[in-house]
Design a protein around this ligand. Structure first.
Ligand code: MCA
Ligand code: AMP
Length: 496
């Protein structure tokens, strides 16, 4: 049995999930997921790794669907809840999803599309009927479990296939390193189509027998209200969320600040990751909550790899040391290990490293060295035993609000606009968002920027309010090149 499921057997009557509908026990989660598995199987004994895409709000139904797919022998494909139809269709078609599980809220968006494509779709509620003892065969650890999409240095996102063994390793490492127990109670407000929310928060909490409280989306005042209820003791978020929580905290009266600080002081620990944590945010959060944030480093393809210690010094500006079971090395451009103290690309090996990019053999081959190390594209240095990230190898990868965004994907869309002659997209540093997406356009004529932004929003899944700059002169012919982009980046960073 997957260790992800073990607690459902061991503590059936404990509260697994708190969501907008109330409290749900591990038994209820187990039973609902068995019903879903049974219905998805429809009389078969195994889905044989069929991909099942699902669009369900965070809460009991979400986890029951995920577990149900696994119990039926399928590969789970969580869809982003805010994507427009073309981006959802890309994922559904790229994974050749055999069926969709949808919450009623999302039926309108996908029903016609599914009918047209002949893809069976199930309202999630309809699946929760029938026997709870689904005919589940033992799950082979080397089977595919999950496909999450990640942007990279190509214009189209790639599906990252992780096996059950990969997920078990990713979860086990964090449970040990961060001392998860069944007494923990965590609040999940992160999107669930990424590792941070799905593996680090949801799967670790449920594998430890802890209580997992869901918030549909992030709102700083709601987060603090929940904290004040006094149950949450573990919290994980991206740096942008800590920045926004600090701004909210600053708007409170002195007495409310004191009450909140006292409440947060009692937490077991708090984690930041997915993007570099500015030292200023770390320091301010320490004043606000009494906690030194534990910063860690990971990636969709590998789970978590490097972490500051649970006990011991959490060093500001550093990501820490390799997690148990993860091998890390820093290499130069020839894939040779650098001398101590020199910067190099982080490369990773270990049981948590993904299986392959879905249906992309060439991209998979390119992502590994001949000796099997995964190339992260992140550049780091080791100083006094701790890793420090210096940046990314590719200027075309932007991290904004914790999301990885491909500059090339945005450029491709922009270039299809009839009034855009040329463009270059770069990330410019910003304390709140990490980086802001900035699009530098050479227009055919003066552009109506609000109209252009709306146009972009309809077409771009990763739309993040890009800043748009128009420039009169043509971009140098190699506008995509690193040198030119670096120049644009520094020009617009200083005018920002
Ligand atoms: C939103 N806005 C932005 C951005 N995002 N502006 C600039 N840059 C951005 N990136 C604007 C919107 O257009 C809107 O503006 C206003 O902010 C509010 O938008 P909304 O979407 O409601 O924002 P939010 O709810 O405040 O979202 C911020 C967020 C969210 C909560 C930080 O971005 C988030 O959940 N990030 C987490 C992503 C994550 O989990 N990444 C993990 C992947 P206006 O009001 O003017 O329209 S990485 C991973 O998994 C690896 C393995 C790892 O290491 O963890
Ligand atoms: P994703 O592909 O969305 O999983 O994003 C993974 C990327 O996020 C990594 O390759 C890093 O560039 C970045 N990242 C994650 N954690 C950190 C961190 N603590 N500091 C700096 N960058 C980080």
């Amino acid at each position: 049995m997957l260790t992800r499921f073990a607690q459902a057997q061991q503590r059936p009557h404990s509260v697994a999930i708190l969501d907008a509908q109330g409290a749900h026990t591990y038994e209820s989660l187990w039973n609902k997921s068995s019903q879903i598995a049974h219905q998805l199987l429809g009389g078969r004994s195994d889905l044989e790794q069929e991909r099942i895409a699902f669009m369900v709000s965070p809460g009991l139904n979400y986890v029951a669907t995920l577990w149900g797919i696994w119990k039926a022998g399928g590969i789970a494909v969580p869809l982003c809840l805010s994507y427009p139809l073309p981006s959802l269709a890309y994922v559904i078609e790229d994974t050749q999803a055999a069926a969709l599980v949808l919450e009623p809220t999302y039926l309108d968006l996908l029903q016609d599309y599914a009918q047209e494509k002949g893809i069976p779709f199930h309202p999630v509620e309809d699946l929760q009927v029938g026997p709870v003892t689904a005919p589940i065969s033992e799950i082979d650890m080397n089977r595919g479990a999950l496909i999450l999409y990640t942007s990279g240095t190509t214009s189209l996102p790639k599906g990252v296939l992780s096996t059950h063994a990969n997920l078990e390793a990713q979860i086990a490492t964090l449970i040990t390193a961060w001392h998860w127990t069944s007494s923990d109670h965590t609040l999940c407000l992160l999107p669930l189509h990424h590792v941070h929310g799905l593996a680090n928060v949801v799967s670790c909490a449920l594998s430890a027998g802890a209580t997992l409280q869901f918030l549909h989306s992030f709102q700083a005042d709601t987060v603090f209200s929940i904290f004040l209820e006094g149950q949450v003791n573990v919290f994980m978020a991206v740096p942008t969320i800590y920045f926004k929580l600090i701004s909210e905290f600053d708007s409170y009266s002195e007495s409310k600040k004191a009450e909140l600080s006292a409440c947060m002081k009692a937490f077991r620990f708090m984690v930041s990751g997915s993007a570099a944590l500015p030292v200023s945010v770390m320091e301010k959060w320490k004043q606000v909550s009494g906690h030194t944030l534990l910063e860690r480093y990971g990636m969709t393809e590998i789970g978590m790899a490097i972490s500051n210690p649970y006990q011991g010094e959490r060093r500001a500006g550093y990501i820490g040391t390799p997690l148990p079971g993860v091998q890390v090395r820093l290499v130069d451009e020839q894939d040779l290990e650098v001398a101590p103290g020199l910067p190099g690309e982080i490369q990773i090996q270990g049981p948590g490293v993904f299986d392959k990019y879905w249906d992309k053999a060439e991209a998979t081959a390119k992502a590994f060295t001949e000796s099997g190390w995964f190339k992260t594209g992140d550049i780091a240095v080791v100083e006094a035993g701790y890793y420090r990230i210096l940046g990314r190898d590719s200027i075309d990868i932007i991290k904004s609000g914790g999301y990885k965004i491909s500059a090339l994907e945005i450029e491709e869309v922009l270039r299809s606009h009839e009034l855009v002659k040329d463009c270059a997209v770069v990330g410019i540093p910003n304390e709140e968002w990490g980086e802001l997406v900035a699009a530098v356009l050479v227009p055919e004529t003066e552009l109506d920027l609000p109209a252009l932004k709306n146009w972009l929003k309809e077409r771009l899944p990763t739309y993040k309010s890009p800043k748009v700059y128009q420039i009169a002169t043509d971009l140098p012919r190699n506008a995509m090149g690193k040198v030119v982009k670096n120049e644009l980046k520094s020009i617009f960073s200083s005018t920002n």
